[in-house]
Design a protein around this ligand. Structure first.
Ligand code: NAD
Ligand code: IPM
Ligand code: MN
Length: 359
């Protein structure tokens, strides 16, 4: 089956890790007889500088015709994030009802752990991706005056929380059956007892599952001290954002972490992007770790109905790391290009094991 994929490499290292991932995916596509047709869209900050917009007026309409969206990262130091992120990333997540942001974290072979204990980590963050603390309710007033102020309202809806909780519950039924909910119901935060209530009500429909609500501050510490005790973690938009960088770093580097912004019903395209940003501090040096982008590509293959191709790609980057090829964030010396070349050579080496055609 032919899949037309919208590609937004974006800014900074997005433009370095995107070609790396595409070359791995092209290699996989050839072996698995998949047709991946890449539609490259130059909608990064340069487009903003030239046109005053991140997305063209009909940008969302253009994206809606694709099987999936593959994103690098957006954001540059000289343009306010409010333009780049609220002008592209957030409208895509919202317009296409990508209300689940799935962020797996696991120990990978050959990746040195930052922990003393090397017990394997294998957890999935289910981040609510459309509402919560990232609401559009709020504003700034009295700019430049002594009484200048800013206010941000968190907006949690029963519909929004319960669908995130349900997704986490369904996922947990395919894993260990343990769900942890990140909360902050001990503070004067009105939304969090509401979150707890709806998560508990939803999970009660799944008698085989266990639910633990953990306060976000203590949960952050526990994820550093014993991350292997967690399986499925459901979290609000902001808590999930913070926990994903934290857990990714604990497993070795945020450069490894993938994510899938899912519209689970398939009414709209889903979007696949690494957890990390455009990393201006290392952009242009050719040293970015491409694994987060490549792994996001594997998540995209799964969603496109090609699980064997996805497993092949994951096995290939795991083998590349196991072979000792590591970028600088992992303590190695490999460039983006060298890391990618090793993944491609592992794709070829593993071809026979994964080669039955599908889709
Ligand atoms: P960042 O994730 O870009 O970088 C944080 C740190 O991690 C940096 O030291 C960076 O060098 C390192 N790092 C990140 N990815 C790496 C990789 N693949 N390989 C090796 N090292 C890597 O976060 P930041 O610096 O806080 O943000 C930079 C810009 O990116 C900001 O404009 C931010 O808003 C934006 N951002 C965009 C997205 C997105 O488009 N989805 C996500 C996060 C941040
Ligand atoms: C992420 C990013 C975004 C988020 C930013 C860039 C708006 O940090 O995808 O994790 O907070 O969702
Ligand atoms: Mn983030």
């Amino acid at each position: 089956m032919k899949h037309t994929i919208a590609v937004i490499a974006g800014d900074g290292i997005g433009t370095e890790v995107m070609p790396a991932a595409i070359s791995c995916l092209d290699e996989i596509a050839q072996i698995h007889d998949l047709s991946l047709d890449w539609n490259h869209l130059d909608w990064g900050s340069d487009h903003f500088r030239a046109t005053g917009r991140m997305l063209p007026v009909d940008g969302l309409e253009t994206l809606s015709t694709h099987s999936a969206i593959f994103l690098g990262a957006v954001g540059v130091p000289d343009i306010p994030d409010v333009e780049t992120l609220w002008g592209l990333l957030i409208p895509i997540r919202r317009e296409f009802e990508q209300y689940i942001n799935l962020r797996p974290v696991r120990t990978l072979p050959g990746v040195p752990s930052v922990l003393r204990d090397e017990r394997p980590i294998d957890l999935v963050l289910v981040r609510e991706n459309n509402e919560g603390e990232y609401s559009e309710v709020g504003g700034r007033a009295y700019r430049g005056l002594p009484q200048e102020a800013a206010m941000q309202q968190a907006l949690f809806t029963r519909h929004g929380v319960s669908r995130a909780a349900r997704f986490a519950a369904e996922l947990a039924t395919t894993r260990s059956g343990r769900v942890t909910s990140a909360t902050k119901s001990n503070g004067i935060i009105h939304s969090m007892p509401f979150w707890d209530e709806i998560v508990a009500e939803t999970l009660a429909e799944y008698p085989g599952l266990t639910l633990r609500s953990e306060l976000i501050d203590a949960l952050s510490a526990s994820l550093v001290l014993h991350p292997w005790d967690y399986d499925v973690i459901v979290a609000s938009n902001l808590f999930g954002d913070i926990l994903s960088d934290l857990a990714g770093a604990v497993a070795g580097s945020i450069g490894l972490s993938p994510s899938a912004n899912l519209n689970p019903e398939g009414r709209h395209p889903s979007m696949f992007e690494p957890v990390h940003g455009s990393a201006p501090d290392i952009a242009g040096k050719g040293i970015a770790n491409p694994i987060g982008q490549i792994w996001s590509g594997a998540m995209m293959l799964n969603q496109l109905g090609a699980p064997r191709a996805a497993a092949h790609l994951e096995a290939a980057f795991e083998a590349a790391l196991a072979a000792g090829v590591r970028t600088r964030d992992l303590g190695g010396t490999a460039t983006t290009e060298q890391m990618t070349a090793e993944v491609i050579s592992q794709i070829r080496a593993l071809a026979a094991r994964f080669s039955e055609p599908e889709v």
